[in-house]
Design a protein around this ligand. Structure first.
Ligand code: HT7
Ligand code: ZN
Length: 851
């Protein structure tokens, strides 16, 4: 496939200021008539023809200015129509087959309804159009359909007209006054009901809100609606952004490739991020719904009002919007836990990407298939990069700069460079060197040396950005690091300082310390880097017990854990973990959620990332062994926490949530130390659970054990929730996560279960994405786990290429794995590469992985 390069950007020769779409909707066949007003683009070179993208369309007719035309031609999937200079009206009629659309891009069927997904290049699967984000049009959409099968007809913007037609048919027309790129187009037709509400904006606009679902799901929509209203208010208060239409609709669909989509005024969501009630959703699910609703809503400004010039600029909207949704959740529920969770995801998902064969800058330079670039790098590292600018500017100046960005670029298709310039001009920053964060891939490493002399401590910091594919040589980047120096006697520090490391090597001296202080660095994770510092085990134990920055405290504990898990087995290193855990368990000032965070072991993905050579089998033994050791050492404490937190875990609000978190963690430690004690406790928690958090917490422990308790709980869970697809996803996930001897065989069985289907992305992810993260299943020494994932990729390759491609990086990590397994992983990649017709998505990922 052809390589698209950022440096080759050219504006499109034509503008399309208006488009009208007439849909005659049906599941098997849908007819689309597109009427485009086109005018020459004065900012581009004139062209004698217009090139319209298409993909899988049946062309019926083409007319220009009311005259049928036959002088068009096809180039691959594109349609090229000769046009004389000046303004024209172009009519193109096409047919599509939504039921046959298994890729879930364009117009497709899900549970009898019709819906769209156009980002990034799905609109060309609906009609011929310049399907690129810098062509902005005002859309008018008329939909006609059978009124019985599709009583609800929705599109972007505001409703204009609706009415009945002959033969049980009806129609609706919608108009969106805001010019938008084609990737933000959406329509939905189906038998849906809505939870409705209203929101009055700061400027006095009355907005009608709707959350549309199948009727049986209506009772699970109140959290989504409340989350939407909170998002609208927060964006007004925090970023000064007001909503701009009379309607805002959210629709939940069961078959969806990603989390949700920010189509203008008509967000389409994976049901997973809309539906929640206590009985079926965990506390984490509730937070995820709120976070994703916020994210999509915030795109109304960061993405829709100001959109991207081309797909290389994706982080312009995604990085900024992730930062906005993270700040929203921090403001609502407290910054510390959210920050720890966000950094955990960054390290477990983005760091491996940044050190692997698919490493790319947050603003990539080239791609073959843009869908492959909806990555943790573009999203999460992109957010970290903007967070650093916020740190450098300070909150008030950052807000000024963000206001300037929205004001300057409202209605435009902008670039990352535009954003950086607004940050410079609005916040008074010089970001010349900072721009390297947009250009270079790879996670910078910072080493820290300390020297104490007189009353001064000197920190010598050295940075290096590792070589990544296509980028062998790297330049230093500015790295903002918040530091504090703890006095050994008083156990306190005299304030935080922000230092900026912008050279390969730099020293920073702090005086006034009568003894060598204890360094707390990268507090709050101000920079997305790996820190390697000289620090004694005792000092880490001190920080893990006492640092007043929750992130840094958590980090110190993680450093103790990593030192033991990644180093040579060492009794003293383990003992230090015990001492720190003791202090954490005894610290009454901690809430239970933070206590649980501090006592959680690092995820396998991060352990793999930090290992020189990853031996998954050995790591499972080491990590689970440590869990058993901690469980035995604090057996009474964990049992007592599990008992005493039973009542608090039933409370509403944060206290209940905190208690539930600690209680399930305690249960895990009890079971790790003594499965015979853990199993009945877990079964009791399962049976008496008052909501999904407690129930899932118990089942997660049981799923890893043997015995009748496990079987009873799993069987009960399945029958109790048989009609709820999202909960059945959990049933698959819980079993696929278990660290059991024959978990791979059990996963093979689950793939044959009548409730398993390859047609639903949530179900596929619930089993296989989870399996790919289970070190015992995926890395089974026989290579059968790798074969299973390769077979899955081949099966999904043409059916749903986006979903298929998401599984390739798990095999692509072979370079970090011990040689025996690495050879088996690579062999599976080679088998895929030789397997015949590969989708663009899979082919790009596989060739990058093979290097
Ligand atoms: N902007 C949305 C991206 C998205 C997407 C991309 C490719 C294929 C399917 C997709 N569904 C949604 C999601 C977001 O970041 O808000
Ligand atoms: Zn987004």
């Amino acid at each position: 496939p052809a390589i698209i390069r950022r440096k080759d950007y050219e504006p499109f020769a034509w503008r399309v200021p208006e488009i009208r779409l007439d849909f005659d909707l049906g599941l098997e066949t849908t007819r689309v008539e597109a009427t485009l007003k086109v005018t020459p683009n004065p900012d581009a070179e004139a062209a004698p023809e217009i090139r319209l993208d298409g993909d899988g369309l049946v062309l019926e007719s083409v007319a220009v200015d009311g005259e049928q035309r036959t002088d068009w031609r096809r180039e691959g999937e594109a349609l090229i129509v000769p046009l004389s200079p000046g303004e024209h009206v172009l009519n193109v009629a096409t047919r599509i087959a939504p039921s046959a659309n298994t890729q879930l891009m364009g117009l497709y069927a899900s549970n009898g309804m019709l819906c769209t997904q156009c980002e990034a290049e799905g609109f060309r699967r609906i009609t011929f159009f310049p399907d690129r984000p810098d062509v902005l049009s005002v859309y008018t959409v008329r939909m006609e359909a059978d009124a019985g099968a599709f009583p609800v007809l929705l599109s972007n913007g505001n409703p204009v007209e609706q009415g009945t037609l002959e033969d049980g048919r009806h129609f609706a027309e919608w108009h969106d006054p805001w010019p938008k790129p084609s990737y933000l187009f959406a329509l939905v037709a189906g038998d849906l009901v809505a939870r409705t509400d209203r929101f009055t904006t700061c400027g006095g606009r009355e907005v009608e809100l709707g959350v549309w679902v199948r009727s049986e799901d209506l009772p699970r929509t109140s959290h989504a609606m409340e989350s939407l209203k909170r998002s609208m208010k927060w964006d007004e208060e925090t970023f000064g952004r007001e909503y701009d239409l009379d309607r805002f609709n959210i629709v939940a669909v069961g078959d969806f490739n990603m989390g949700a989509m920010e189509n203008k005024g008509l967000n389409i969501f994976n049901t997973k991020y809309v539906l929640a009630d206590e009985e079926t959703a965990t506390d984490d699910d509730f937070d995820a719904v709120e976070g994703v609703i916020g994210h999509e809503y915030f795109h109304n400004w960061s993405g829709n009002r100001v959109t991207c010039r081309d797909w290389f600029q994706l982080s312009l909207k995604e990085g900024f919007t992730v930062l906005r949704d993270q700040l929203f959740s921090q403001d609502l529920h407290g910054a510390a836990i959210k920050r720890i969770g966000d950094v955990r995801v960054l390290r477990a998902v983005q760091f491996p990407e940044d050190s692997g064969p698919f490493a790319h800058p947050i603003r990539p330079d080239s791609y073959k298939e843009i869908s492959n670039f909806y990555t943790a790098t573009v999203y999460n590292k992109g957010a970290e990069v903007i967070r650093m600018m916020r740190e450098l500017a300070g909150e008030a100046a950052f807000r000024k700069a963000s206001d300037l960005y929205f004001e300057r670029h409202d209605g435009e298709a902008a670039t990352c460079e535009d954003f950086v310039r607004s940050m410079e001009d609005g916040a008074g920053l010089d970001l010349a060197q900072f721009r390297r964060w947009y250009e270079q891939a790879g996670t910078p490493k910072v080493t820290v040396e300390q020297a104490y002399a007189g009353d001064a401590i000197t920190l010598t910091l050295r940075q290096s950005v590792p070589a990544t594919p296509g980028q062998p040589d790297k330049q230093p980047v500015p790295i903002p690091l918040k530091v504090a120096l703890f006095d050994r006697e008083s156990g306190a520090h005299s304030g935080e300082t922000l230092i900026v490391l912008d050279k390969a090597e730099q020293s920073f001296t702090f005086d006034g310390h009568t003894s060598a202080p204890i360094l707390s660095i990268n507090r709050g994770f101000t920079a997305p880097v790996v820190i390697e510092r000289e620090i004694s085990r005792d000092d880490l134990v001190f920080l893990a017990g006492n640092d007043d920055d929750s992130f840094a405290r958590h980090e110190a504990m993680q450093e103790l854990l990593l030192a033991y898990l990644l180093g040579d087995e060492n009794e003293d290193a383990r003992e230090a973990i015990g001492t720190a855990a003791e202090a954490i368990l005894a610290d009454d000032a901690l809430d239970h959620e933070m206590r649980a965070e501090l006592l959680s072991l690092p995820p396998f993905a991060y352990l793999a990332e930090r290992s020189e050579v990853y031996d998954p089998g050995a790591m499972v033994v080491r990590r689970e062994g440590l869990k058993t050791w901690l469980g035995e050492r604090f057996a009474d404490r964990f049992a007592s926490l599990h008992d005493t937190l039973e009542a608090p875990a039933r409370e509403a609000g944060p206290v209940g949530k905190q208690a539930r978190r600690m209680r399930s963690l305690a249960l895990g430690y009890v079971a790790a130390a003594d499965p015979a004690k853990g199993a009945p406790r877990a079964l009791a928690q399962y049976r008496e659970a008052q909501g999904m958090t407690e129930r899932q917490g118990a089942l997660a422990v049981l799923a890893g054990l043997d015995g009748p308790e496990r079987e009873e709980a799993l069987a009960d869970f399945y029958t109790r929730f048989a009609d709820n697809a999202l909960v059945i996803d959990k049933w698959f996930t819980l079993q696929a996560t278990a660290l059991r001897e024959d978990v791979l065989g059990e996963i093979e069985q689950l793939a044959q279960h009548p409730s398993f289907t390859m047609s639903n992305p949530n179900r596929v992810r619930a089993l296989y994405a989870v399996m790919a993260g289970n070190p015992l299943a995926f890395h089974d020494a026989s290579g059968a786990g790798y074969r299973m994932i390769a077979d899955l990729i081949l099966e999904l390759n043409l059916k749903n290429p986006q979903l298929a491609a998401r599984f390739v990086p798990s095999l692509g990590r072979y370079r970090r794995v011990e040689p025996g397994r690495a050879a088996l992983m690579r062999a599976e990649l080679e088998r895929i590469a030789e397997a015949g017709e590969l989708s663009r998505d899979v082919s790009e990922q596989v060739s990058a992985s093979l290097g």
